[in-house]
Write a protein of this length. Structure first.
Length: 182
């Protein structure tokens, strides 16, 4: 399967990067997709689709940071599995035209990270968010992607990403206040 992927890349550096990603993270991506799908052929198709998205985003993937790379690939795989299920069930994604731009909180909750314990507590709260908010939160605040990049990675309109980022930030702030961290 890797030679097929290589045919879409131009530079040798990108081919080596993709090869390393494939060898190291394919099983993690398949495991993630397997949480949503039972059929091994569907799993393989969805992971293939996720790898094609990885190829499209190869320039923003930092393979030197294994944690960020793993988070990014798991989010892509999970999103592709959810898209597959949605398509299979012929559901439509609700889109909003409301503009959620601007600063909603003077203090960004992630600016509170001053120690490893606080970071661990914040990551636990992020992990407790629903998939749709957790993915955007991880990609925006942990991986440092902007809303346009997130929208492209997750194949959704940018206004949906803005809305989810706003909601994730609000939910994160509330959970941190309850935990006494904010």
């Amino acid at each position: 399967m890797v030679p097929l992927y290589f045919s879409t890349l131009n530079s040798e550096e990108d081919k080596q990067k993709l090869s390393a990603i494939y060898r190291k993270y394919y099983s993690i991506m398949a495991y993630t997709v397997g949480k949503y799908l039972d059929d091994e052929y569907d799993i393989e198709d969805v992971v293939h689709d996720a790898m094609m998205k990885v190829i499209d985003s190869i320039d923003i993937i930092d393979t030197n940071n294994e944690k960020k790379t793993k988070v990014l690939l798991v989010v892509i795989a999970r999103n592709r599995a959810q898209n597959f299920l949605r398509a299979k069930e012929k559901q439509t994604l609700y889109e909003t035209d409301v503009d959620y731009t601007g600063d909603f909180c003077a203090d960004d909750p992630l600016d509170l990270v001053i120690s490893r314990d606080t970071l661990d507590a914040v990551l636990k709260v992020i992990d407790s968010l629903s998939d749709e908010y957790r993915d955007v939160c991880l990609l925006k605040y942990v991986n440092g992607l902007n809303e346009k990049e997130i929208a492209e990675l997750l194949d959704m309109p940018q206004n949906v990403v803005k809305f989810r980022a706003y909601r994730a930030k609000r939910n994160l702030r509330e959970a941190l206040r309850k935990g006494g961290l904010f």
